[in-house]
Design a protein around this ligand. Structure first.
Ligand code: C5J
Length: 244
């Protein structure tokens, strides 16, 4: 059986983008309790974590559509090994937080793998078969298997959402752009502790003809997914023996 490609035109800024959903993955950045909930890393830095809650419902809706489509779904988590061997002193010592990375807090040791605060929030919890990338940096490609995972699945386009817009989302989009991926950033599926940084973070991506990528809303992408033939394309790829 021939492999079917299925492109769909997605409305976005700075221009519409033709997307083959069979070579597209949903990349959800750092929707962890440490950033989203009181007592975690984000709050220790003095941030109002309630600012991030607005991204949860749009991501949950997009995640449901992606799962329904059989799309590759990737979750990332920022955090460090318990012995802090992957945490540069320059990161640990930065600023004057109420608790530092590795200190015990209400959700376990701050930003440490395996602790409650490091986990993904229940609303967006990964299901079996989804990829979870543990990353020590802000970018999801640095010191991770993400590049190899995408290559193995022949992914060329990323739907990117998560927190925070100007830090880990932007860093990952820039890393991805330099590696040749087309990034479509989901505006309402991203959030920042600073609403003005959210706005500017999105502007930086789509400025200059889309210098780092495209920006659109979750409803646009959900509509594209739900009205595409890519479920058939996915079926054909599997039937043709292509790995996904
Ligand atoms: C931050 C992140 N803000 N996930 N991390 O330190 O954006």
């Amino acid at each position: 059986m021939a492999v079917t490609t299925d492109t769909t035109l997605v409305a976005a800024e700075p221009a519409p983008i033709d997307v083959d959903l069979t070579s597209t993955a949903l990349l959800i950045i750092d929707m962890q309790r440490d950033f989203m909930e009181p007592g975690g890393f984000g709050e220790t830095l003095g941030n109002d974590v309630s600012q991030l809650a607005r991204a949860v419902a749009p991501i949950a809706a997009l995640l449901a559509a992606a799962r329904g489509n059989g799309m590759t779904v990737i979750h990332t988590r920022e955090g460090h090994l318990p012995d802090l061997s992957d945490a540069p002193p320059a990161k640990i010592e930065r600023g004057a937080p109420s608790l530092r990375i590795g200190d015990p807090g209400p959700m376990g040791r701050v930003l440490i793998r395996g602790e409650a605060g490091h986990d993904i929030i229940p609303e967006l919890y990964p299901v079996e078969g989804e990829i979870v990338i543990d990353k020590p940096g802000k970018g999801a490609f640095y010191a991770t298997t993400l590049g190899a995972d995408l290559k193995a699945r022949e992914i060329d386009t990323l739907l990117v959402c998560g927190v925070t817009t100007e830090v880990c989302v932007n860093t990952t989009v820039r890393e991805a752009n330099d590696r040749g991926y087309r990034c479509i950033v989901i505006a309402d599926g991203c959030a920042s502790y600073f609403p003005e940084f959210h706005e500017m973070g999105l502007k930086m991506i789509k400025a200059q003809g889309g210098i780092f990528g495209w920006v659109t809303d979750s409803a646009v992408v959900i509509d594209a997914i739900n009205n595409s033939e890519s479920a058939v394309g996915t079926f054909n790829r599997i039937a043709a023996g292509a790995s996904r």
